[in-house]
Design a protein around this ligand. Structure first.
Ligand code: MN3
Length: 201
């Protein structure tokens, strides 16, 4: 079965004033839809057709002949997580197990926030910053273009899109303001914690 664009889990204007309805329409209805359409066209009739999205991402990583498939599969996967890890009235602090692991890995929640922000702000060009689980340990990392932590054998728990299409209408060149708004007002920590619990079983 072909891949499909998932609906947003909230109205298009839910994340205002931090992300505008106009940005969400363009980002979800145009950019994400294009990745899904391209991916379906590129895998049709190949041995990757019908494979799970995660498997396609991992199988095509670093294969120059499959770069187009990798980019679109990675971006489809990344955006599916990105929509879910935001909500109206988000931000604040995670609870329980996730907070304990963040404090173990980074020393404190504030240190984590600073590391995550630094990673997002310093992506050169287009890409993503992540909180991911590697083995039993939480890591902050950044990836270029459509890549994600799956290709390093890690489980992505939280990701922020820092492609210009994610923030340029609302923040122009002020990426650090967009990243701060995401961290302080938009992160849906319940979903991040769900992803952690799925990953650790
Ligand atoms: Mn995007």
């Amino acid at each position: 079965m072909a891949f499909e664009l998932p609906d947003l889990p909230y109205p298009y204007d839910a994340l205002e004033p931090y992300i505008s309805s106009q940005t969400m329409h363009l980002h979800h209805d145009k950019h994400h839809q294009t990745y899904v359409t391209n991916l379906n066209n590129l895998v049709e009739g190949t041995d990757l057709e019908g494979k799970a999205l995660e498997d396609i991402v991992v199988a095509t990583y670093n294969d120059p002949a499959k770069e187009g498939i990798f980019n679109n599969a990675g971006q489809h996967w990344n955006h599916c997580l990105f929509w879910r890890v935001m909500k109206k009235g988000g931000g604040g602090k995670p609870g329980g197990e996730l907070l304990r692991r963040i404090e173990d890995a980074f020393g404190s929640f504030d240190v984590f926030k600073e590391k995550f922000k630094q990673a997002a702000v310093t992506v050169f060009g287009s890409g993503w910053a992540w909180l991911a689980l590697e083995g039993d340990e939480l890591k902050v990392l950044k990836t270029p273009n459509g890549a994600n932590p799956l290709v390093f054998g890690m489980t992505p728990l939280l990701g922020i899109d820092v492609w210009e299409h994610a923030y340029y209408l609302d923040y122009q060149n002020r990426r650090p303001e967009y990243v701060a708004a995401f961290i302080n007002h938009l992160i849906n920590w319940e979903v991040v914690e769900e992803e952690l619990l799925k990953a650790v079983g």
